[in-house]
Design a protein around this ligand. Structure first.
Ligand SMILES: Cc1ncc(COP(=O)(O)O)c(C=O)c1O
Length: 404
C-alpha cells in the first residue's frame, strides 16, 4: 500500500494518538530502513532506543526462529528455564543477590518499581508512600507512571493524577532535600533523561542522591528504560556514575523489539514484593526471555561496549565540531550513543528535512535534536548521517531557516 493510502486508512481506523506520520517502512537491515517506495534511510534513532542491535540482526533472527517453533508463551503459572536463566544473568550483571520481575514495557517496569517503593514504605518506613521524581522526566503513559512524569503536557487531560509524586530539579540536591519528608519512600530518576531532552544526571549529584537514600533508608530507583543496556557504553547506565541504585527498570532494547520489561531489585529489597502482589500475563515469556538472553550476550561483551564508548565520543566530537561551525547549535550533551543538541531554530523542521534526505533523527519539542543510533553503528555511518545534518545547517545559515 502506498503512503497516502496508508494515511487515509490509519486516520479511519486507528485512534490518532500518534498523529500523522511522514513515512511507512517495510524492512530493515543493520542501520538502514527501507520505505514503501523503496527509499533507503540511515537510522539514527533505532526505534527510540529499541533496535540497539539494528534490524534483522542474524543472531536475533536465529533465536526468534528457533524459539517460536518451540514455545512462545506458557503463563507464569508454570516455570520455564529461559526466564530463570535471564533473571540469573541480569542479577549477575548488576546486583549479586538481587532478584528480577518481568513485564512487557517501560511503563510496566516503572509501575512495578513504584509498587515496590510503596510496599517498602508501608513495611519499613511507617507507611511512607511518596516518591520524588524530577522535572522534565518521563516514566511512561499509564496513570501512575504519567503521574510520576515531570512534564505537565503529559498530565494534561488526565486529572486527577495518582497522588504521592513530588518533583525536584535534576542535578540540584537542595531541591531534592526540599521535597524529602518522613513520607518519602523512594526516588525515581532517569540517570540520563531521554524524552525530556537528553539531560544527563551529573556524577556528584547521583552520588549525593545515593548517600541521601542510604541515610533515610528510601529506595533509589534508576529508570534505565531508555539509557540502559549498552547505550551509555556500559551495560547499565548507573555504572557510568560509579554508584549503585537499589532498583533498575529496563525495557526498550531488552528483547530487540519483542515487548519486554524488567526490574532488577537489590538483595535487601528483593523479597518485598511477594506472592500475589504483582503479576503480568505476558511478562517474561519464553520468546522474550530467549531473545533477551541473546541481547545481553552481545551487548555485555567488552569489545561491544568499548565500541559504543568510542563511537559515542566520536559522534559527540563531530557534533561539537558542527557547533563550532554553525551558530544555530547551542549545546551538545549526552552519554555514549545517547546525544542531544539544542538548536536555535526549528528542530522539527530539521528532522523532517533530514528524513527527506534519508536520515532519521528525532526532534524533541521545538529546539532539541535527539540521536539514539543503533549501537552497532560505525564511525563511517555516523559521518554519513552528520554530513546530511551539516548540509541542512549550511543551507539554513546561508538562506535562513524558512527554506524548509
Ligand atoms: C525513561 C523511560 N521510561 C519509561 C518509558 C516508557 O516505556 P514504554 O513506552 O515501553 O511504556 C520510556 C519510553 O520512552 C522512557 O524513555
Amino acid at each position: 500500500m502506498k503512503l497516502e493510502q496508508l494515511k487515509k486508512k490509519d486516520s479511519t481506523f486507528v485512534i490518532p494518538t500518534y498523529g500523522e506520520r511522514q513515512v511507512a517502512f517495510t524492512r530493515g537491515k543493520g542501520v538502514y530502513l527501507w520505505d514503501t517506495e523503496g527509499k533507503r534511510y540511515l537510522d539514527l534513532l533505532s526505534g527510540l532506543s529499541v533496535n540497539s542491535l539494528g534490524y534483522s540482526h542474524p543472531e536475533i533472527v536465529k533465536v526468534i526462529k528457533a524459539q517460536v517453533s518451540k514455545l512462545i508463551h506458557i503463563s507464569n503459572l508454570y516455570y520455564h528455564q529461559s526466564q530463570i536463566r535471564l533473571a540469573e544473568k541480569l542479577v549477575k550483571l548488576s546486583f549479586p543477590g538481587g532478584k528480577c520481575f518481568f513485564c512487557n514495557s517501560g511503563a510496566e517496569a516503572n509501575e512495578a518499581a513504584i509498587k515496590l517503593c510503596r510496599k517498602h514504605g508501608l513495611e519499613n518506613l511507617n507507611g511512607a508512600n511518596e516518591i520524588i521524581s524530577f522535572e522534565k522526566s518521563f516514566h511512561g503513559r499509564t496513570l501512575a507512571t504519567l503521574s510520576a512524569t515531570g512534564q505537565e503536557k503529559i498530565h494534561k487531560g488526565f486529572y486527577p493524577l495518582v497522588p504521592g509524586f513530588k518533583f525536584a530539579r535534576l542535578n540540584d540536591i537542595a531541591s531534592v532535600k526540599a521535597k524529602l519528608f518522613s513520607k518519602t519512600c523512594g526516588i525515581l530518576i532517569e540517570p540520563v533523561q531521554g524524552e525530556g531532552g537528553v539531560y544527563p544526571g551529573d556524577m556528584k549529584f547521583l552520588k549525593s542522591l545515593r548517600a541521601l537514600c542510604l541515610e533515610k533508608k528510601i529506595l533509589l530507583v534508576f529508570d534505565e528504560v531508555q539509557c540502559g543496556l549498552g547505550r551509555t557504553g556500559y551495560v547499565f547506565a548507573y555504572e557510568h556514575s560509579g554508584i549503585r541504585p537499589d532498583v533498575i527498570t529496563l525495557a526498550k532494547s531488552l528483547a530487540s523489539g519483542i515487548p519486554m520489561g524488567a526490574i532488577i531489585v537489590s538483595k535487601p529489597y528483593s523479597n518485598i514484593l511477594g506472592k500475589g502482589n504483582h503479576a503480568s500475563t505476558f511478562g517474561g515469556n519464553p520468546l522474550a526471555c530467549m531473545v533477551s538472553l541473546k541481547v545481553l550476550d552481545i551487548i555485555s561483551k567488552k569489545s561491544f561496549l568499548a565500541n559504543v564508548k568510542s563511537n559515542g565520543r566520536f559522534f559527540k566530537k563531530c557534533l561539537e565540531k558542527l557547533k563550532n561551525r554553525y551558530k544555530i547549535i547551542k549545546e551538545v550533551r549526552g552519554a555514549g550513543l545517547m546525544l542531544g543538541v539544542d538548536v536555535d531554530g526549528n528542530a522539527q523542521l530539521i528532522a523532517r528535512e533530514a528524513m527527506a534526505q534519508g536520515v532519521l533523527i528525532n526532534a524533541i519539542g521545538d529546539n532539541i535534536l535527539r540521536f539514539l543510533p543503533p549501537l552497532i553503528i560505525t564511525k563511517q555511518e555516523i559521518s554519513k548521517g552528520l554530513e546530511v545534518l551539516e548540509r541542512i545547517l549550511k543551507k539554513m545559515r546561508d538562506t535562513g531557516d524558512e527554506y524548509i
